[in-house]
Design a protein around this ligand. Structure first.
Ligand code: SF4
Ligand code: SF4
Length: 343
């Protein structure tokens, strides 16, 4: 008789997941230690990791949980429109976590429904994970974490990890034959624009471009890291893109629902001229790390991009932003105007 664990895995693979492993909740114990180790290495990151405590204490909310179904699904099959390539991180452009139009979201709900039909009780958090996802995926044998801290399967690091808590005693560990990072490789560390990734497996999340351009967004005119953000507007892919283990992993021949049209509105010109209603309806629900009232942070990021790559074609845009309704956008535009002699 096929076990429930095998049935779940079989269904997951049929739905298009690349990998599926199942572990007992006891296997998640080491996550707490890992988190503490990270904070010890970079003490100023303590506040940042406060939010992760929920993942350590998941049993307080789900005392019935006995095992975790962990899944990996690649997003490297999708085409990234040229206009946003290298400016908005691929993961955010291809975010399937809450986008009901995507097959990945639909597959995730279909798999959960299937488990429930088998009589298995489940819980998940599609947006931010219900347990420490990379740790769980490693324990489940789906792949490994490399020196840039990203989780890799045979598809490289361009994969999403999902996890479902279940009320069943089950275990079905997957296997991987991925080689470790080459002995002397430090390409990711050398390429990190802000030195956030300061050593192997060690990063200061507060210096990461992905933090600074999303939920850590702030007044970049006063931030010494602003120039290092280069032409990134939202997120950063550098430490993944330079990795030899990702070489030729991006396939990019499939259209992601709605992305081509949306991308055309994510140029610096459109961001700086965007009205709030469009932002709230079209942009914010997808790029949810910035709140509905934080269009100004996108505009700060766009101005920072312009400052870093300045060309005369941006002159009018910067001068327009000097009259923005948002004080911080105004301040930054004025600083850039003075710096580049536009006034
Ligand atoms: S995402 Fe970018 S800024 Fe963050 S650690 Fe990687 S290379 Fe550095
Ligand atoms: S760039 Fe090199 S060291 Fe960094 S994750 Fe990739 S293989 Fe490992």
């Amino acid at each position: 008789m096929v076990s429930i664990a095998h049935k779940i895995k079989q269904k997951a693979l049929e739905l298009g997941y690349e990998k599926c492993g199942i572990i007992s909740v006891e296997k998640l114990g080491g996550y707490k230690e890992k988190l503490e180790e990270r904070i010890q290495k970079i003490p100023e990151s303590g506040g940042f990791y406060q939010g992760q405590q929920r993942l350590v204490k998941f049993q307080e909310e789900f005392p019935w949980a006995k095992s975790v179904v962990v899944l990996a699904v690649p997003y490297c099959g999708y085409h990234i429109p040229k206009v946003v390539r290298g400016h908005i991180a691929k993961k955010y452009l291809l975010d399937t976590r809450i986008d009901e139009n995507t097959k990945e979201y639909q597959n995730s709900t279909a798999l959960e429904k299937y488990m429930n039909e088998l009589g298995v009780k489940t819980a998940t958090n599609r947006k931010f994970g219900v347990v420490g996802l990379r740790w769980a995926a490693m324990q489940a044998g789906l792949g490994l974490v490399r020196r840039n801290n990203f989780f890799y399967t045979e598809s490289g690091s361009y994969v999403n990890i999902e996890a479902f808590l279940t009320d069943r005693d089950m275990e079905l560990i997957d296997t991987t034959e991925l080689p470790p990072c080459p002995q002397n490789c430090d390409r990711c560390i050398k390429a990190c624009p802000t030195a956030s990734l300061c050593e192997a497996y060690t990063m200061n999340p507060l210096k990461c471009v992905s933090f600074l351009t999303t939920f850590g967004g702030r007044d970049l005119t006063k931030d010494p890291l602003a120039a290092k953000l280069g032409d990134w507007i939202y997120g950063c892919d550098v430490c993944q893109d330079v990795c030899p283990m990702n070489h030729q992993k991006w396939i990019g021949n499939e259209e992601f629902p709605g992305l081509a049209e949306l991308s055309d509105t994510l140029t610096v010109e459109h961001i700086l001229r965007m009205d709030e209603q469009y932002y709230k309806e079209r942009i914010q629900p997808k790029f949810f790390y910035l709140a509905p009232d934080e269009l100004w942070k996108w505009q700060i990021n766009a101005l920072n991009y312009i400052d870093n790559v300045y060309e005369d074609k941006y002159r009018t845009l910067v001068l327009e932003a000097c009259s923005s309704a948002y004080p911080k956008v105004r301040d930054m535009a004025n600083t850039i105007s003075q710096k580049h002699g536009l006034l």
